[in-house]
Design a protein around this ligand. Structure first.
Ligand SMILES: Cc1ncc(COP(=O)(O)O)c(C=O)c1O
Length: 398
């Protein structure tokens, strides 16, 4: 066992404090947290949830999807939610669950793939750009993660993916909206390979899933990434990212009921005769699923289309501003609302540190700074950010 390090000890009070005292303490302590409304959070794939979803979440906070016989109506509405998400992804007959987030969705998808393939020490082929949740999933499931290089467009290199397939491969993963650059892998080609080798294909659209269908409708992209492709077995799509839902709300959709049932576990002690779970969690938030249900109904396709257009429009303004700053480039023209900023000559870390010192929360990737333009980001925030960025670059390079 590793040697333990000392954690700061916090004692529970013997006598409870008044609610006001607790609230005061909480408010004081939480002051160090950043807020979305400040406009300084440019590194998150989450955002301030829509007010209506907060209301629904609060109202139904006690619902437990882990016990469907107690909450049959909530369970039915979860399935309606999955079906509505499925209809966004070309398959209203999709089966699945509202889960805790993209990580759980990806773990459960690989769990299903592993069970279906039933191979000893199976392997999973992913692009190097895949999210760290696949490292976690493979570690947990005793699968070998095979990371494949990218092509010049930062997408999975399809030839390298095919070359990486062995007798032990249990799944291929394509990403529709990478964490680093928002790039969409060539899922059509991955689907062809999957069908050639009869392999499970999982698409991680945790981030892109709420934008790509609408970008397509708006004519910005013509990419196929969803169940319209015959080999796609499951898709991760996260309402708590671009879906505007409160955390936790991830989505895992299987092509159909039979696939979803691969990971189902009977829970005999619960009050229903036939209670089964197809999720990692047991007790899980019904309020999350209801909040997503309510949002999909309230915003409708038109609402999400407008949101997509708003975020992409601002992203393109940011790109324009970056390209006007001497010594800076964007890594690649964005498909989604994710931008990589790369300096030509100076160490990217210097710019990152300077931005952080000025309170800007941005992410540092290998050789670029990543910005995500979420619904909480407004034109004024981008204007201020660009002004400060320009000053920082000038100060470093002069
Ligand atoms: C593409 C992708 N997949 C999965 C995840 C994990 O999602 P979560 O943080 O909700 O577990 C992320 C998180 O940013 C992501 O970008």
């Amino acid at each position: 066992m590793p040697a333990e390090t000392e954690h700061k000890a916090t004692k529970m009070p013997e006598q409870g404090l008044s609610q006001n005292a607790v609230l005061d303490e909480l408010e004081t302590k939480l002051q160090r947290d950043l807020t979305y409304s400040s406009g300084k959070i440019l590194c998150s794939m989450c955002t301030n949830p829509h007010n209506f979803s907060k209301q629904i979440y609060r109202q139904y906070i006690e619902k437990n999807l882990g016990d469907p016989s107690l909450f049959p109506a909530t369970t039915e509405l979860e399935q309606e939610t999955v079906s509505m998400l499925g209809s966004m992804l070309s398959n209203p007959h999709a089966s699945g669950s509202i889960v805790s987030g993209g990580t759980e969705a990806n773990i459960v998808a690989l769990w299903a793939a592993r069970k279906l393939a039933n191979k000893e020490r199976g392997e999973v082929v992913v692009p190097v750009s895949a999210h760290y949740s696949f490292d976690k999933a493979c570690d947990l499931l005793n699968l070998k993660l095979v990371k494949v290089k990218l092509n010049n467009n930062f997408q999975i290199d399809v030839k390298a993916a095919e070359d990486a397939i062995t007798k032990k491969t249990v799944a291929i993963v394509g990403v529709a909206g990478t964490t680093g650059l928002g790039v969409v892998d060539p899922i059509r080609e991955l689907s062809e390979i999957s069908s050639k080798y009869d392999l499970y294909l999982h698409v991680d659209a945790a981030f892109g899933g709420f934008m790509l269908p609408f970008l397509k409708e708006l004519g910005y992209v013509s990419l196929d990434f969803d169940f319209s492709l015959p080999s796609v077995c499951s898709i991760t799509i996260d309402p708590h990212k671009m879906g505007l839902a409160p955390i936790p709300a991830g989505g895992l959709l299987f092509r159909g009921k039979l696939l979803a049932e691969v990971v189902s576990t009977k829970i005999p002690y619960l009050s229903g005769d036939e209670t089964e779970h197809s999720t990692l969690l047991g007790t899980r938030s019904g309020a999350s699923a209801l909040a997503v249900w309510a949002l999909l109904k309230h915003l409708g396709r038109a609402g999400y289309r407008d949101l997509t257009e708003q975020c992409l429009g601002l992203t393109l303004k940011l790109v324009d501003g970056i390209e006007r700053i001497d010594g800076l480039n964007v890594v690649t023209k964005p498909t989604l609302n994710v931008v990589g900023i790369k300096p030509e000559k100076v160490d990217v870390n210097l710019i990152f540190q300077a931005l952080r010192q000025r309170g800007w929360a941005v992410s540092l990737f290998s050789d670029y700074i990543r910005i995500v333009i979420m619904p909480h980001t407004k034109p004024l925030h981008i204007k201020r950010f660009l002004e400060e960025l320009q000053k920082i670059v000038y100060a470093i390079t002069k």
